[in-house]
Ligand binder design. Structure first.
Ligand code: ADP
Ligand code: MG
Length: 315
């Protein structure tokens, strides 16, 4: 039955048995796959259709791989291997079996403050590593590129009583405690397709050679990092209420809203969310990049440093 595989034939990928398609993009399909030799276990393979790309797009794929080679962090998907055939690039990646955070937001409607914190702190740790240790900006932080490892089923000690009409809803509180298969354990950032190196770790360090660097370069560096901080603000907003801070049917209107930083903590959805969380988001969705929180300021904010349930969770 191997010959009747439901997947295309990919020359050079014989080592891996494709199991299922996990996602796709403009030029790629992402599969879950298993090592026939058994040493690497399960992986994700991003198969990129080289033959549909021009030379610039191909160069971008090689850059994506080049950047991933330099990265080693528990909250970032690791590069396992890279190879190519005449028609395809094969990017073999550490598998994040839970898939996209995006699907969990859809499934749960919104996250509790505790679960949102659990998620965003891990996103922030990944960004801290990229920004401060590697001089890399991601530039495409969004719920589709935030993946996770689920935690195994652990029965809750005191499950919340279900309200009428809630019968089908998964108790969001269960997720943080690992109850319910598919609960969010470890976060893994993926997709370095738009990422950029702002300084090489060999030639420059955040505090080392900076004395010789021109102000416009230092500013550029700050601005590009702040792009990820804005995106993280949008993600945190979305996790807490279930809809994004900026939305409009018309691209023109949406662009205008973003440019002016026009968002609100819409009632009634935000009524029970802590003022502390709202304060943090306001410091991220700040139009002036000079005033926007850096990753350090983010991690030092009281809402991040708090632990345990916050008002909404206690109802
Ligand atoms: P694109 O540049 O096309 O967005 P991504 O690298 O984001 O490519 O991959 C597309 C989708 O494939 C992701 O949104 C996710 O659903 C899935 N995916 C990518 N990498 C992994 C992985 N390591 N583990 C699990 N799923 C993945
Ligand atoms: Mg993507």
């Amino acid at each position: 039955n191997e010959s009747k595989s439901k997947f295309p034939n990919y020359p050079g990928l014989e080592r891996w048995r494709l199991i299922e398609k996990m996602g796709d993009g403009a030029f790629s399909n992402v599969y879950r796959a298993q090592d026939r030799e058994g040493t690497a276990g399960e992986v994700a393979i991003k198969v990129v259709r080289k033959y549909e790309m021009n030379s610039m797009q191909r160069a971008n794929i090689l850059k994506e791989v080049q950047i991933m080679r330099q990265i080693d962090h528990p909250n970032i998907v690791k590069l396992v291997d890279f190879s190519e055939s005449r028609q395809y690039y094969y990017i073999i990646l550490e598998l994040a079996p839970g898939g996209e955070l995006f699907h969990q937001v859809v499934r749960l409607t919104y996250f509790s403050e505790e679960l949102s914190r659990h998620v965003i702190v891990q996103v922030a740790k990944a960004l801290e590593y990229l920004h401060e240790e590697r001089g890399i900006v991601h530039r495409d932080i969004k719920p589709e590129n935030i993946l996770f490892n689920p935690v195994p089923f652990v029965p809750s000690k005191n499950p919340k009583p279900k309200q009428p009409g809630d019968e089908d809803k998964v108790d969001e509180g269960e997720f943080i405690k690992g109850v319910g298969a598919g609960g969010i354990g470890q976060i893994k950032i993926a997709d370095f397709g738009l990422s950029k190196i702002i300084w090489e770790s060999q030639t420059m360090t955040p505090c080392g050679t900076v004395g010789y660097t021109a102000p416009e370069i230092v500013k550029d560096e700050r601005y590009s990092k702040s792009v990820d901080m804005w995106a993280m603000g949008c993600v945190l907003y979305t996790l807490l209420c279930g809809f994004p801070p900026f939305y409009d049917e018309s691209i023109e209107v949406l662009t205008e809203k973003v440019a002016k930083g026009q968002f609100t903590f819409l009632s009634p959805w935000w009524d029970d969310i802590s003022k502390s969380a709202q304060d943090l988001i306001s410091h991220l969705l700040c139009v002036d990049p000079e005033k926007r929180f850096t990753i350090r300021e983010f991690l030092a904010h009281p809402w991040i440093r708090e632990s345990g349930p916050t008002p909404r969770d206690e109802r």
